[in-house]
Every structure is written in structure tokens, then in C-alpha cells.
Design a protein around this ligand. Structure first.
Ligand SMILES: Cc1cc2nc3c(=O)[nH]c(=O)nc-3n(C[C@H](O)[C@H](O)[C@H](O)COP(=O)(O)O)c2cc1C
Length: 357
């Protein structure tokens, strides 16, 4: 079949905006942006339903065939026009079918995936150049002119809860040795495990966990990257919260790959286990059809991570968290489409290095 009779359709994951007086089209799924002329928008609108290049040449017959064909070929290269039924077209469709209630605002999720990170081998002087030349904003706010009231200052209570809170630190150095299976199990059970169920008339049986969740929808899933866990083969596992079991995934694992997942941060390779947090957006979206609910999904990952860090601290372990991730690499290895379920955040743990004790 020649190109002229190929059916094409406009990518639906597009937003258009002005930048310095220039019209730009962004495809938030491919994260590619292009300068465009308003005429390009006419072509994109024409292809909102599947059509051939021949159809377009007829529709835009007042323009030269050459210029229309050239514009269409450029748009195919830019993945603004997709071959109807192709893998790219299916991915674009999947975003529409699984994210429709939260679009276009939800494009933010896709636009911010797979960010470019400052290379690890850059010297500090180069890294500093990426910061603005202006001073950092003040750390604390004061309401000027307002009356202030002195509050009583508490000495640290002799209480394990407050001691644990105060002891939590981000660790990036770890002792050799393995995380015990009971500790791994405790971390999972306490942070992501089902503590019980409650019944509602409208939504039926809902789980409760140690962290709150908007509407008790609990969109979070967690995958264990077991690098050094006693009694567990080095592999990646899905935590099946309902049954408190681990399901082994087929992807190969090495410390270097674990580090690559986290944007090549070196200390990750020396950790005992990572806990990759993802979200199944439909759980929340089904009930909350406004894009604002996307915020709850992110906020909940924060709740879970803090619970994880505190549990690890209480167990005498060395927790950390990182949002610097290679999303698509992780999603490929977890077997996720990255659209209906996507990675959000990684928590991890190692054994406490001697100098921290
Ligand atoms: C959302 C989030 C993302 C973070 N991402 C990273 C990261 O990519 N790499 C890293 O080494 N630390 C990361 N951290 C840890 C912070 O650097 C750390 O919390 C901060 O330096 C304060 O130290 P503390 O946790 O010991 O109080 C992250 C923390 C948060 C809350």
C-alpha cells in the first residue's frame, strides 16, 4: 500500500500553546514539542478522524500538492499524525481511553516522565551552573505586622513514637549484609498491607491500610526489587497486598540495573531492597472524575513513603527515597504500559552503615 492511501489520524495527546509569540504543539505522550503555523492546526483537525493523504490533498487543494504533502510528512515524522491502527496509535488511544476524565490537565503526568538528569560524572562547578544566579528563596515565612504567640517547647519525649520520628534520616551509605525476610515482610505489611476491611453501602468492602487514601481507593501498588534479601532470590517481585504474598516477575535484576532505575544514583546499587511505588489510576479516577484527584494519587505516595521510612527506622534499618527515576525503563521491566499503571516514587532500605550508629 502506498503512503498516499495509508490511513492517518491525529495524535490525540496534543496541547497547543504560545511561547514568545510562537505557536507550539506538544505531544505530551511522546514529550516532543514543535513550532507550528496556524495552518498546521487545520491539517491536524482534518485528521481528527482517520483519513488518507489523498483525502488531505483534495481537502487542501487550494494549496500546492507539494506543500501539503511536505507538511503531512513532517507531521508523520513528528508523530503528530499516526498511522491508523499502528502501535503508536494504540498507545495514543490507550491514554484517551484510560485518562479521558483527567485530560487535558493529566498530560502533566506524561510530560514530566523520563526527565533528563544531570549526569553523575559532572563536576560540582558544572552542576552549580544549572542553578539560577539569584539567591535561594528564604526558608521560612514570617507574616509581617501580625501579633505572634510564643508556644511551649517540648523536650524530646521518652517515647518510641517520637524517638522514631526524630531518628528518621535519609541514608545513602549502607553496611554489607542482607536484609532479613521478616524485616522485608514487616516493611511491606506495615506500609502496603491490608490492615482490615470496612463495609460501605455504596462502594461495598474497602480495605484500610496504615496510610489514608482518598475515598479509600488505594491506587498504590508496590514492587520489591530484592537485591540483598536473605532467603529471597535476587529478583523483582510484585507485592500482592490482599494475600500478603510476593509474585516473582521475569525481568533480570542486577545492582547496576537497580541504580539505572534511579537515574544512575550510585548508592542505590549498595542498598538491600527498593520498593517501587506505582499507581493504578483507574481506581481513583473511577470515583473522582476531576483532574484534581490526580493530586491525591501523588499525595498518597508521600504518605506511604513516610510510613515506610518510619517503619524502617524503627526496625533499625537505613531508609531513603528518590523521585529521580527512569520511568519507562522501570515500567518496561515491571511489564506495565506506563499509562493505566505508572511508576511514581521509589523508597529503599539498606543496613545501617557503622558510622551512622
Ligand atoms: C519527593 C522526594 C524526592 C527525593 N529524591 C531524592 C533523590 O532523587 N535522591 C536522593 O538522594 N534523595 C532524594 N530525596 C531525599 C532528600 O534529599 C532528603 O530528604 C533531604 O536531603 C533531607 O534529608 P533527610 O531526609 O535526612 O531529612 C528525596 C526526598 C523527597 C521527599
Amino acid at each position: 500500500m502506498g503512503r498516499a492511501s495509508l490511513k492517518l489520524q491525529s495524535a490525540s495527546c496534543q496541547t497547543v500553546y504560545w511561547e514568545s509569540g510562537e505557536l507550539r504543539i506538544a505531544n505530551y505522550l511522546t514529550r516532543r514539542t514543535f513550532a507550528a503555523s496556524p495552518a498546521a492546526l487545520e491539517v491536524i483537525r482534518f485528521f481528527s478522524s482517520p483519513r488518507t493523504i489523498q483525502d488531505a490533498l483534495f481537502e487542501f487543494r487550494s494549496y500546492s500538492r507539494r506543500s501539503v504533502a511536505k507538511a503531512i510528512l513532517q507531521m508523520i515524522d513528528a508523530e503528530l499524525l499516526l498511522e491508523y491502527g499502528s502501535a503508536e496509535w494504540q498507545r495514543d488511544e490507550l491514554v484517551q481511553s484510560s485518562w479521558r476524565p483527567w485530560l487535558p490537565e493529566g498530560g502533566f503526568h506524561f510530560m514530566t516522565k523520563d526527565a533528563a538528569y544531570v549526569p553523575r560524572d559532572w563536576p560540582m562547578a558544572e552542576r552549580l551552573k544549572t542553578l539560577p544566579s539569584t539567591p535561594a528563596p528564604p526558608q521560612f515565612k514570617r507574616v509581617s505586622g501580625a501579633e505572634t504567640i510564643r508556644l511551649p517547647w517540648h523536650a524530646m519525649a521518652d517515647d518510641v513514637f517520637f524517638e522514631t520520628l526524630h531518628a528518621r534520616r535519609t541514608h545513602r551509605e549502607f553496611a554489607n549484609g542482607k536484609l532479613s525476610l521478616p524485616d522485608l515482610s514487616r516493611l511491606l505489611q506495615t506500609t502496603w498491607g491490608v490492615q482490615g476491611y470496612f463495609h460501605t453501602d455504596i462502594f461495598g468492602k474497602l480495605p484500610y491500610k496504615t496510610s489514608p487514601s482518598g475515598g479509600a481507593r488505594h491506587p498504590g501498588e508496590v514492587y520489591v526489587v530484592a537485591l540483598r534479601v536473605d532467603g529471597l532470590e535476587r529478583a523483582t517481585y510484585h507485592y500482592q497486598a490482599r494475600d500478603h504474598r510476593l509474585a516473582r516477575l521475569p525481568a533480570k535484576l542486577s545492582p547496576r540495573l537497580a541504580s539505572a532505575y534511579c537515574a544512575d544514583q550510585g548508592y542505590i546499587a549498595r542498598a538491600a531492597a527498593l520498593f517501587i511505588m506505582t499507581a493504578v489510576f483507574a481506581r481513583t479516577m473511577w470515583k473522582y472524575g476531576r483532574a484534581r484527584a490526580y493530586r491525591t494519587v501523588l499525595l498518597e505516595a508521600g504518605h506511604l513513603c513516610q510510613t515506610f521510612c518510619l517503619t524502617a527506622t524503627r526496625l533499625g534499618l537505613a531508609p531513603f527515597s528518590t523521585a529521580a527515576l527512569k520511568d519507562s525503563l522501570i515500567e518496561r521491566d515491571l511489564g506495565l504500559d506506563g499509562i493505566s499503571e505508572s511508576v511514581l516514587y521509589v523508597a529503599g532500605v539498606g543496613l545501617v552503615a557503622r558510622r551512622h550508629i
